[in-house]
Design a protein around this ligand. Structure first.
Ligand SMILES: [Zn+2]
Length: 212
């Protein structure tokens, strides 16, 4: 009996010496986080992303035409489209930051103008089934407007990183809002599409602006 008590005590002491009481919660926490992250990656936005097709390429080509038109009138080179479920272009918009400007210039981004006008013209329900096509990956503020409108999908041409590189700028690191966007399954984000052409528009337009 005495032998058993000694063995039991030695076992507890060994358990304590290995610091398992401190380590176990940390190990359990790490395993839990790994399982959750794996689950999100398997069930999240990555697994549901559809492939880019010819219709996407044709519609992004149209946004590039709009971006060039905006640049020609002195605005920043961005264009956006509202496209119905059956592929019909319902509305077009160009960036108007320079020509309309004002205190809140971001409200003149092509995507914001498109959503604002489309809500008046077609109502909330139309946006909940439509796709927004944008010549460049939407910024955080435009993404917030897209989410508020409940749009199911966005297709973009040039990536934001590609735009910054084309402008000769250092692209920002991983931004927290992009992690939240990636984790949000409510709006599918598809792109880049024909990125080289999109970058070239930025390179030419911003290069011209800096020469003036
Ligand atoms: Zn924007």
């Amino acid at each position: 009996m005495r032998y058993h008590r000694v063995a039991h005590w030695q076992c507890l002491k060994r358990f304590h010496d290995l610091q398992l009481t401190q380590r176990l919660p940390r190990v359990f926490g790490s395993v839990l986080i790994a399982v959750l992250l794996t689950g999100i990656m398997l069930a999240g936005p990555c697994s549901r992303k559809r492939s880019i097709d010819d219709r996407d390429r044709a519609l992004i080509a149209r946004t590039y035409v709009l971006a060039r038109m905006a640049a020609e009138r002195g605005d920043n080179p961005f264009g956006a489209l509202l496209v119905s479920e059956d592929g019909e272009i319902l509305r077009e918009a160009k960036n108007a930051v320079s020509t309309s400007g004002g205190a809140n210039a971001y409200k003149q981004h092509a995507e914001r103008r498109l959503i604002r006008d489309s809500l008046v013209l077609f109502g909330e329900q139309a946006l909940r089934t439509a796709t927004l096509y944008s010549s460049t990956e939407p910024c955080s503020r435009c993404w917030a407007a897209i989410r508020r409108a409940g749009m199911p999908s966005v297709v973009y041409g040039s990536s934001a990183r590609g735009m910054q590189l084309a402008r000769g700028r250092e692209p920002p690191g991983l931004e927290p809002w992009k992690i939240l966007r990636w984790l949000d399954p409510r709006t599918e984000l598809i792109g880049p599409v024909a990125e080289d052409e999109g970058r070239e528009i930025h390179r030419i337009t911003w290069g011209r602006a800096s020469d003036e």
